[in-house]
Design a protein around this ligand. Structure first.
Ligand SMILES: [Zn+2]
Length: 287
């Protein structure tokens, strides 16, 4: 089981002591125990927290499986390879923080394993439904249910690199668990992302100045190395538009009116617009 490979970097979410494998359980020396699910993931949350629902992650998988976001995934894989250090000490270990149903981590694991011979992929998400789906399809990576907004269940400087796609950001924790000099790739929506669809269906707006906001958030502990944008058009059928709406936070905000408008949409062309920020964990941080 790949989880045994990453056990040395895991800490107990309750008391921060190391976690060790005992049969199908991760246990700290104070006796906090977390069972490995039959799909191979571990739930480190003590209580269920709101995350993406099963309906949302199933829609996302169906949408991703049509390859519409493959160019984003390819960009992520290429940029991570470019920005990883030439000499990697210890195992190549990459975290996808907010991995959802595992699409980006699964493709990254395959791509970097080809180049480096081996990669330890770790995916964290707050949604157990998402993690269960991820663990089933991508047995080569390790998946944990945990809350990105709290202390991560990982030791300091555990990671060679990290990706974060349309997911929550925790600057202090990302700085703590990354090795000095390690790359952190963050993908956020650009201002034109799904603009035609957002106008037509009155979907959620994208936060103004999001890019600048994220850059400022990370400025204390990370250097911004590069900024890439990726924009293209998608031609979607009605069912795919529905997947695209359901797989995002718009799911929580669907009115009867917008559902009716969605039902009337036939083929539709919309823009996808991604911004990839390449950060590097500073070599030293004055605290
Ligand atoms: Zn403990």
């Amino acid at each position: 089981m790949v989880l045994t490979d990453v056990a040395p970097i895991l800490v107990c979410p309750v008391c921060r002591m190391p976690l060790n494998f005992e049969q199908a359980t991760l246990r700290c020396e104070r006796g906090h125990a977390f069972d490995v699910a039959k799909e191979g993931y571990v739930n480190l949350l003590r209580k269920k927290l709101p995350g993406d629902t099963k309906e949302m992650v199933v829609a996302r998988r169906a949408f991703f499986d049509q390859g519409y976001y493959e160019p984003v995934s390819d960009l992520l894989n290429r940029l991570l390879r470019v920005h990883l250090p030439d000499t990697i000490e210890g195992p190549l270990r990459i975290l996808d923080a907010g991995c959802g149903e595992g699409y980006y981590l699964g493709r990254l694991q395959q791509s970097l394993s080809n180049d480096y011979g081996y990669m330890q992929g770790v995916g964290i998400d707050i949604s157990k439904d998402a993690i269960r789906l991820a663990a089933r399809r991508y047995p080569g990576s390790s998946f944990l249910v945990a809350n990105l907004k709290e202390a991560l269940p990982l030791v300091e400087q555990a990671l060679t690199g990290m990706v974060n796609v349309f997911a929550p950001r925790n600057v202090a924790e990302y700085a703590r668990v990354l090795q000095p000099g390690a790359p952190l790739l963050i993908i956020i929506p650009g201002s034109h992302h799904l603009e035609e669809l957002r106008h037509s269906l009155h979907l959620l707006n994208i936060e103004e100045n999001k890019q600048q906001h994220v850059i400022e958030q990370f400025a204390g502990t990370f250097d911004l190395l590069a900024l890439h944008t990726l924009t293209y058009k998608l031609e979607l059928e009605q069912g795919e538009i529905e997947q695209l709406v359901v797989m995002t936070p718009n799911y929580w905000h669907q009115s009867t009116e917008s559902q009716a408008r969605l039902a009337e949409l036939a083929d539709f062309t919309t823009t996808v617009d991604f911004v990839c920020l390449v950060f590097q964990r500073k070599l030293s941080v004055s605290e």
